[in-house]
Ligand binder design. Structure first.
Ligand code: PEP
Ligand code: MG
Length: 762
């Protein structure tokens, strides 16, 4: 078996050489100045794991070749570095051995790097990043070049575009006369790359050209490590650059505009996290506040929280649902859990390519690093900056864009996106088939939804109109009415309130369609829990109304069957509001189990010229989908209640009780109330859609449960022929992008399916 690959080999297989190794070979093939090297493949790792042996003869031969190429002998002018190279990037997790000058030592170093695949840090990193545990790593043995050789030497990191903002400009850091480790560890704060332009312009322009070649080849932003030894430039490594969400979006849009990638590729490259990070908050009026220190804005977004100094404390605080900012001199891979638990990170040392900066950017956390004015006393758990002492537990605000640090909690405002996000979403809209609507109950929510590009309101929950204290009493008066007169009085009040609500909502719609869900009133949510100070008769009445299983109780359309006047009141209020403000209104019936309920509500609608849809949220409705389809104007799946019903899990209790244990024990892989359970709930939906569309081919079918805003679930909805999703306003941009990605992937899968089989080869 072949286990060593040298510069002469054309193999660029990442699964054999790891990411770094494959990229080094590619760079050599692009005629870039890479120090000579050879790679022990992942097959060599596997053989070593099985037998404990290394391919000695092959290593000797590869060393000889290296000696010929460099014109130096190992130990006599030639030193090598020994590094890991796994197929998935695991920065800093495995061992590196530098300055190796003897064969025996070299062999020990290769073993050390292979063994480090199984160190605790690497295992934890793989677990967090869902990297398979059994892949193993290749090892790169490379001739060392020295950035500290003399005054015409140095070392640095170059990003081909700005990884924080995405701007198309060279970005990076440089240390004069220093080793690469000084830079990566964050122990020294380096200078920006523009200093190199002044000190060694030739190397700078050569580097710029190299960046262009690499971007054109890899069609992505590159993160390049370089060393200059006595005026001679070498590139040691390239990989696709980790970037903030803001940068990811700008780079994808720019590259598509430059013709480097297609628009479809640009859309597929963006994750929900990227979009979410652009919807990050910022400080409302930063000019009104004096900052106590200035660092480097390493990862975008402003956050405010209390200070902790140890990663363990951040983890403990997260369990208490507290928002904390982790303050460290510098971070290391051991801090990963603490960083992930904190809402932001502040370091007093290290540059924009330090560990803290890279990790937080990838995680979408705010980060300010290299704030040297922040003098941290870890023992005393406090820091001093701008003449102020900030202790553990004190509140601060950090701004990951400007790099400024403020004492106290500053008012933050929601983010507004970016021009490139708008472009990307416009491209999404051209591609996607699914309509994206909003779950919005108030004019304010509808305004936000419209701003984010909603195409209508897919679910207006009318019971939410009665949450305010003064309105609660009106709905209670109806529920608790004992006489016809009391009931009529309560309904009149409710009718007036609802008409006002609908007028305000219709005004805000500005032409968008709306689906109003008729009342789905879980009685327990609207009745007083504390009966002690109530009139005994009233208390008794409330006790009678209480149910053992309220979520399976007298709610939804069931209430309209026993008290039709409640839906009549709502329908009348809609009609009256519509006579004042023109609006495209449909109504939908919750908790339907049978066609007879739909007929019941249709009789109440009479000649009001409203489309009437069915909420598909009971198992029985799904089983009767064909019949319901014949008489409904549309369907909308209420996947929250449907999941509850399919699982027999109470959606109100499960997260507090046993779901975490189920997830930790691996009995369930996802919370089914967040990510649609394709195998159970999904299959039921698919069956229902099959029967419904058999009766009414073009039936409009939406999803308005929480899953309507979840990217994974959206992909499934696209595949089973759903026509629209409806989600909370802030998730609309994510849903628009996810719907576009779903359409592209669906199209690609369909093309692959019809591709003729590849001709047989001999
Ligand atoms: C649902 O059940 O999915 C739904 C949208 O309705 P609600 O969450 O109001 O019960
Ligand atoms: Mg429901």
């Amino acid at each position: 078996m072949r286990t060593i690959y040298t510069t002469n080999d054309a193999c660029t297989d990442k699964n054999l050489l790891g990411n770094k190794g494959a990229n080094l070979v590619t760079m050599a093939r692009l005629s870039l100045p890479v120090p000579p090297k050879f790679v022990l493949s992942i097959d060599a790792y596997r053989a070593y794991k099985r037998s404990g042996r290394l391919p000695l003869e092959e290593i000797r031969k590869a060393i000889e070749e290296l000696e010929q190429r460099t014109g130096k002998r190992l130990g006599r002018g030639l030193a090598v570095s020994v590094r890991s190279s796994a197929p998935a990037s695991m920065p800093g997790m495995m061992d590196t051995v530098l300055d190796v000058r003897e064969l025996e030592e070299l062999l020990a170093s290769v073993r050390k790097v292979f063994d480090s695949w199984d160190n605790a840090r690497a295992i934890e990193y793989r677990r967090l990043n869902r990297i398979p545990a059994d892949t193993g790593t290749a090892v790169i043995v490379q001739a060392m070049v020295f950035g500290d050789a003399d005054g015409r030497s140095g070392t640095g990191v170059m990003f081909t575009r700005n990884p924080s903002t995405g701007a198309n400009e060279l970005f990076g850091e440089y240390l004069h006369s220093a080793k690469g480790e000084d830079l990566v560890s964050g122990r020294v704060t380096p200078r920006p790359l523009c200093c190199l332009q002044i000190e060694m312009p030739e190397a700078y322009y050569q580097l710029k050209e190299i960046g262009r070649t690499l971007e054109t080849h890899f069609r992505d932003i590159q993160d390049v490590e370089f060393t200059i030894e006595s005026g001679c430039l070498y590139v040691l490594q390239t990989r696709s650059g980790k970037r903030s969400g803001q940068a990811a979006i700008k780079i994808a849009v720019d590259m598509a505009t430059e013709g480097l990638i297609s628009r479809e590729e640009a859309l597929l490259r963006i994750t929900a996290e990227d979009v979410r990070s652009l919807l990050h908050r910022r400080i409302e009026s930063p000019q009104e506040y004096a900052h106590i220190a200035q660092g480097l804005g390493a990862a975008p977004g402003a956050v405010t929280g209390s200070v902790v100094f140890h990663p363990n404390e951040a983890v403990a605080a997260k369990e208490r649902n507290e928002s904390v900012i982790l303050v460290r001199v510098e971070t290391s891979p051991d801090d990963i859990l603490g960083i992930s638990a904190a809402i932001g990170v502040l370091t007093s040392r290290g540059g924009l390519t330090s560990h803290a900066a890279i990790v937080t950017r990838a995680m979408g956390k705010a980060c300010v690093c290299g704030a040297e004015e922040v003098r941290i006393d870890l023992e005393a758990e406090r820091f001093e900056a701008g003449g102020q002492i900030i202790r553990r537990g004190d509140s601060i605000t950090i701004d990951g864009n400007s790099g400024r640090i403020y004492a106290g909690r500053l008012p933050l405002v929601e983010a507004e996106g970016s021009p490139e996000l708008n472009t990307l979403l416009a491209w999404s809209d051209n591609v996607r088939k699914l309509k994206v609507k909003a779950n919005a109950d108030t004019p304010e929510a509808i305004a936000v939804a419209a701003k984010f590009g909603a195409e209508g309101v897919g679910l207006c929950r009318t019971e939410r109109h009665f949450n305010a204290p003064e309105r609660l009493s009106a709905i209670r008066a109806f529920i608790l009415a004992r006489t016809g007169a009391q009931r009529a009085q309560a309904l009149e009040t409710l009718g007036k309130l609802q008409k006002e609500d609908f007028v305000a909502i219709f005004k805000q719609l500005r032409g968008m369609p709306i689906i109003i869900r008729l009342l789905d009133l879980p009685l327990h949510e609207f009745l007083p829990a504390d009966l002690e100070n109530l009139d005994p008769g009233l208390a008794e009445h409330i006790r009678e109304l209480r149910e053992t299983n309220p979520m399976l109780g007298h709610r939804g359309v069931r209430l309209a069957v026993t008290s039709p006047e409640i839906y009549e009141m709502q329908l009348e209020a809609i009609s009256e509001a519509r006579s004042e403000v023109e609006a495209d209104v449909s109504v939908m019936v919750p908790q339907v189990i049978t066609l007879q309920e739909l007929f019941w509500v249709k009789r109440l609608v009479k000649d009001k010229n409203l489309k009437v849809g069915v909420m598909m949220e009971t198992v029985r409705a799904c089983m009767r989908a064909g019949w319901l389809a014949k008489h409904a104007d549309f369907f909308s799946f209420g996947t929250n209640d449907l999941t509850q019903a399919v699982y027999s899990f109470s959606r109100e209790d499960v997260e507090k009780k046993f779901l975490t244990t189920y997830l930790e024990a691996g009995i369930l892989t996802h919370n089914p109330f967040m990510v649609l359970d394709v195998k159970g709930v999904g299959r039921l939906m698919q069956t229902a859609i099959f029967w419904a569309r058999k009766e009414v081919e073009n039936l409009d079918i939406g999803v308005c449960g929480e899953h309507g805003g979840d990217p994974e679930s959206i992909k499934f909805f696209e595949r089973i022929g759903v026509s629209s999703v409806s989600c909370s306003p802030f998730r609309i941009p994510i849903a628009r992008l996810a719907a576009a990605q779903a359409a592209i992937e669906h199209k690609r899968a369909a093309t692959e399916e019809v591709k003729p089989p590849a001709p047989a080869t001999n």
